[in-house]
Design a protein around this ligand. Structure first.
Ligand code: 9D3
Length: 239
């Protein structure tokens, strides 16, 4: 899988991309990233990438020219991409969307490389997203300073689903068939010591009755989901 990441802060991407599962995916050659600083495509002496908004108001807007030229340079060199802009007004990223990135294409062809466009300031001049077709993704309803963390969130969540990244023979997609998740919260986990500061591990986990353990874990998942995340049970939470 190939990701081209357009950002004013390539060092933010680069400093995290070799950590943990994302780092393993990259080291094994299962996921490739290339970062491009679109400031390198600004032509003026100050390498300006932003300007004041037409119509007034606070903040600065990313100028169209450096971003458009960076996109065109990447696609001339490396071919067409699936283009995604990380924007606060995008569709909220979900596990279903993440899974779609690693699911086989209809015709069995290689998926397109993915271009991730990260904004800063108030965002992009709208025409950038009109000149080239873009999907828009957000990671949730809170205000960040730019699209770099959202791009890393997408990369990390995709990386753990790529076959061969999780090394222990357990596929991440298998999780949902067995004990974990199925769209709700997980059960609690315990490890040694059996007693920690007077707190004991639930005895059901210690006596080796695996059908009892499964039933207990399922009940824990259902209780936790109903009380902490009723929105995941089909209950929309309205009074
Ligand atoms: C006052 C209107 N703001 C929109 C909610 C302006 C604004 C806030 C934050 C414009 C850009 C940003 C920077 N955020 C992102 O680029 C971003 C983001 C986010 O802030 N939250 C969740 N997902 C994302 S994806 C990109």
């Amino acid at each position: 899988m190939l990701f081209s990441i357009l950002t004013l802060f390539p060092e933010a991407i680069e400093s995290y991309q070799d950590v943990g599962i994302l780092g393993i995916a990259r080291a094994r050659g299962l996921l490739t990233t290339r970062t491009v600083n679109f400031r390198d495509f600004a032509r003026d002496r100050h390498r300006t990438v932003d300007d004041r908004p037409f119509g007034g108001g606070p903040g600065m807007v990313l100028k169209p020219e450096p971003i458009t030229e960076a996109i065109e340079w990447i696609e001339q060199r490396f071919g067409p991409h699936r283009r995604i802009a990380l924007t606060p007004d995008g569709a909220p990223l979900t596990q279903a969307i993440v899974e779609e990135f690693v699911s086989p294409t209809e015709d069995g062809a290689e998926p397109l490389p993915v271009l991730l466009l990260c904004g800063r300031y108030e965002g992009f001049d709208e025409r950038v997203l009109e000149l080239h077709e873009f999907e828009r993704l957000s990671i949730g309803d809170y205000v960040l300073a730019g699209g770099e963390l959202p791009a890393l969130v997408l990369l990390e969540s995709v990386s753990r689903l790529i076959p061969g990244v999780l090394g222990d023979g357990r596929s991440a997609l298998e999780d949902s068939f067995t004990e974990a998740a199925d769209g709700g919260l997980d059960h609690p986990h315990y490890t040694r010591p059996r007693v920690y500061r007077d707190l004991e591990v639930p005895p059901v986990l210690l006596d080796g009755d695996h059908s009892k353990i499964s039933a207990w874990r399922r009940a824990q998942r259902e209780d936790r989901t109903a009380s902490r995340r009723p929105d995941l049970t089909g209950d929309r939470g309205e009074a």
